[in-house]
Design a binder for this molecule. Structure first.
Ligand code: GDP
Length: 428
């Protein structure tokens, strides 16, 4: 078992309870030195008692998890004290005085990974859940955390392993040559892997939106009602509303959750020719926002809308419908009366996000690994189907297998593993 580490696992601040977690060799004897319980500690049982921090005492709880049945796979104790910063710090400092060292970022989870308690993608899913800004991200993170992607990766690896077994037989006994049946079988399995990878990769567009939010550019001519619409969608006054054209000179952002998905709304400077240098810069920034948006909301009056980037959905809105304006558009609404605002949210969800679905490909690292795996499988398939000798595509199949292994972490490099856990918070 590893050296003893300790950290405050709850966020620092005032709260009902704070938890100090200790993991490694000697966790139980440390608990016995600073917790009042005289009898034995039955694993997984919460005991009430006094926590002795040296300078002061608190009345709280202590629990012991015996290796390997703990989060880290090592002996773990947790102290649950009252949730004040000073109390939590006092308990933590006492654990250090008794021989523990302060844990590094993500060190508990890194140990859990190294001890085989969870895969690398599960650890990343857990971080996604902790960092989530929307319910959809929590759900997707939970799918990762419960090993959905690792299991998928392992299933594909198993198919590649059977291909490699046939290939190895051929490489070992080249005089017997791979017969046509065996080659067809390899080709069929590689096609299956390729098909599943293509389907998974197709989810990334949605996964990325879940992770980063759907970016919405609200644009139109000056005074069209953009800032008012941003405020009406958000439900509070974020942007300045004024009858003076050119008031919004920079981009103004606000977050909105629609059906659990995060939408990042951006109110942009009104699009027009302007002599004012500051306004011109605002319009340049507006164009950049429009260029990278997932969906555009254009507040249309009588004019023909400008050309927008190809492939990006555009919702045309006729604003100020309380003034009984007639506009040819997708939706009529009023930011003053609220009419049409809910319909716009529904349309934003449909056109900007799509259907509600169970997605777990949201991490760029996973996307890149699967993309590399697919490229290697395609290279192998081409060689098999051209009748090339097995040793020429064996490497491609192995490469695909290794890329898939980086999802679980089995074949991930030390530097990748370090980088992932460095992004965690202390105490996780
Ligand atoms: P922006 O320049 O496109 O951001 O436009 P603003 O949101 O600042 O609005 C310009 C003017 O139109 C302001 O005087 C607003 O009060 C008014 N306005 C905006 N939306 C509505 C609406 O739905 N109904 C009415 N009657 N006036 C509106």
């Amino acid at each position: 078992m590893k050296e003893l580490i300790s950290a405050i696992s709850t966020a620092l601040g005032r709260g009902g309870v704070a938890i100090i977690r200790v993991s490694g060799e000697g966790a139980l004897s440390l608990a016995k030195k600073m917790f009042s319980r005289k009898g034995e500690f039955v694993p997984n049982m919460m005991y009430p008692g006094e926590i002795d921090c040296g300078q002061f005492r608190d009345y709280g709880m202590c629990v012991y998890f015996r290796a390997p049945k703990s989060f880290t796979g090592e002996d773990v104790v947790e102290f649950h004290c009252h949730g004040g910063q000073e109390i939590a710090r006092g308990v933590f400092l006492k654990t250090l005085a008794l021989g523990a060292r302060a844990a590094e970022r993500g060190e508990f989870t890194k140990r859990a990974f190294l001890n085989g308690k969870l895969s690398l993608s599960a650890a990343e899913g857990m971080a996604d859940m902790i960092n989530a800004e929307s319910r959809a991200e929590v759900r997707a993170g939970y799918s990762l955390y419960t090993e959905r992607l690792t299991q998928e990766g392992k299933r594909l690896q198993a198919l590649l392993t059977t291909c490699l077994a046939s290939i190895d037989a051929d490489v070992d006994y080249p005089e017997e040559d791979l017969n046509a049946d065996s080659r067809a079988e390899i080709s069929e399995k590689l096609h299956e892997v390729e098909g599943k990878l293509t389907a998974l990769l197709g989810e990334y567009r949605t996964g990325k939106k879940i992770k980063s939010g759907v970016s919405v550019a609200i644009c139109g001519r000056p005074n069209a009602g953009k800032s008012s619409l941003l405020n009406a969608l958000l439900g509070y006054e974020k942007a300045i509303v004024s009858g003076i054209a050119g008031t919004t000179r920079d981009v103004i952002e606000g977050n909105l959750e629609i059906k659990g998905v995060l939408f990042r709304l951006t109110d942009t400077a009104g699009l027009r020719e302007s002599a004012d240098e500051v306004e011109r810069e605002g319009i340049r920034r507006a164009k950049r926002v429009i260029d990278t948006a997932d969906v555009i909301v254009y507040l249309k009056e009588e004019e023909t809308p400008p050309a927008f980037p190809e492939g990006v959905p555009v919702i045309t809105v006729g604003a100020k419908c309380d003034l009984e304006r007639k506009v040819d558009c997708d939706i009529l609404l009023s930011s003053v009366t609220g009419e049409g605002i809910e319909e716009l949210k529904t349309l934003l969800f449909e056109r900007g996000y799509g259907q509600e679905s169970d997605v777990f490909l949201l991490e760029e690292r996973h996307f890149l690994a699967l993309t590399e795996a697919k490229a290697a499988v395609c290279a192998a398939l081409e060689a098999v189907e051209s009748g090339l000798p097995a040793e020429l595509y064996a490497e491609d199949v192995k490469r695909a297998w290794e890329h898939l292994g980086t999802i679980s972490g089995e074949t991930a490099s030390e530097s990748v593993i370090t980088e992932i856990f460095e992004k965690f918070c202390v105490g996780k």
